[in-house]
Design a binder for this molecule. Sequence first.
Ligand code: HEM
Ligand code: HEM
Length: 186
Amino acid sequence: MKAPSRYPISVSLLHWLLAIALIGNLVIGWLLDDREGLLALHKSIGIAILALALIRLTNRLRVRDQLPPSVNKTGTAAYFIEGMVHRLLYVLMLAAPLLGWLKTNAAGHAASFFGLFSLPALLSKNRELSHWLGDLHAMAAYGLAALVGLHLLGALAHRLLKGQNIVPRILPLPRRPLPKARRLAD
Ligand code: HEM
Ligand code: HEM
């Protein structure tokens, strides 16, 4: 059977939904120092990201036999780097919100989702731990931002160095051209 040339639509949709949410929440995170009022929004979007990232990972395992082969040749440095960057992106898109949740609990607050419900408290109040978890949360978030930068450089390198546009591989487009609309009888 011919190998697929595009990611399944479920993978593409979750990729772009999470790309928007993650980049948005990184920006909100950077603005937190000046605008305290954004913290509740930041936590709520972060909780949604945690749920979506878990769904994304489960879905990726479900469709693992339908994924297109890498654009890089097996065994090359590019192949290895691509695999590492993708794996680390998954690790950090889960670790960053988890650490934010833990930091919030250690600071003595509940991780609330738009005031509708709160995640269970995993830790009791502990000032020292709260500072430490805050630092780890920031490190995970900045690590994620750096990896997204590398990920974009990878896509750009394919474009500029190899003349390959790989973006359509991950666009949620129909799998095959739609059949021509039947002409109505004159
Ligand atoms: C992937 C999702 C998330 C990203 C990308 C993210 C990113 C960030 C960033 C960039 C900062 C500023 C760090 C700094 O410069 O010190 C920050 C701060 C913070 N985030 Fe998140 N965050 C996410 C999820 C969450 C979640 C789920 C929670 C809690 C439920 C949370 C709670 C906080 C808190 C309390 C701060 C202030 C930390 C402090 O004052 O030390 N974040 N976040
Ligand atoms: C927070 C932002 C992003 C994250 C976390 C992310 C993560 C990922 C991951 C993990 C994959 C591997 C497929 C999978 O397992 O789902 C992937 C594929 C891909 N991403 Fe992103 N991505 C982000 C943003 C972007 C943006 C802005 C672009 C625009 C150029 C992009 C272009 C691609 C392409 C072209 C692929 C397919 C690579 C291939 O040919 O196999 N991504 N992304």
